[in-house]
Design a protein. Sequence first.
Length: 193
Amino acid sequence: MEPKKLAMVIGIAVLLPLFLVFFVDALYTEPKWEKYCNSSTYSAPYKEPPSNVKCDDFYLSPEAKQCTDAGGNPITKYNEANCPVFDKCDYCQKDFNTAQQLYNRNIFFILCPLGLIIVLVGIYLTVDFIGAGLMFGGLATMFYATVRYFSDMSKLVRAIVLLVELLIIIYIGYKKIGNKENEEPAIKQRKRK
C-alpha cells in the first residue's frame, strides 16, 4: 500500500473511534463521583482518647459490620470519652458504582452497534484505503465499548459477547473480503479468454 494511503488508513482508524467516544461523552456524560459522595460522607477527624480510656474497635460493632456487608461505608462520630462509635451508614460509593456500571453498559450498547455499522460501511465502500480505515476504526470502537463494559459483565456474558463479536467479524470477512478475493482470479481468467 502506498504511504499516503497507509497514512489515511491509520488516521481514520485512530481519529474515528476518538471522535465517537468524545461525541457520545458530550451528549451522555459519565457519572461523577462528587455527585454521589461529598464531604458529609466522611467520618469525623480522629481524636486521641485519653490514656486511661480503652476504646472498642469500631469496625467490630454489629452496626458497622452490617453496613460494610451491605456495601456501605460506616461513618463515625465520637462519644464523650473520645472513642469512635457508629453514626450512620453511607452508601454513596455503592450508588456511584451502580451508576457507573449502568453508564458502561449503555456506552457498550451505543458504541458497539455503531462500530459494527462502520465496519459494514467500510466493507461496501469502493475506495479501498478509506474502507480499510473505516473497518479498523469500527473494530477499534467495538473493542473500546467491549473493554469498557467487560468488568461489569458476568463470566458467561463475557464469553457470549466475545463469541458474537468474533462470529460477526469472521462472517463479514468471509462473505465480503473472502468472496472478493475468490472473484478476482475468476474475473482475470475470463478476461484472458
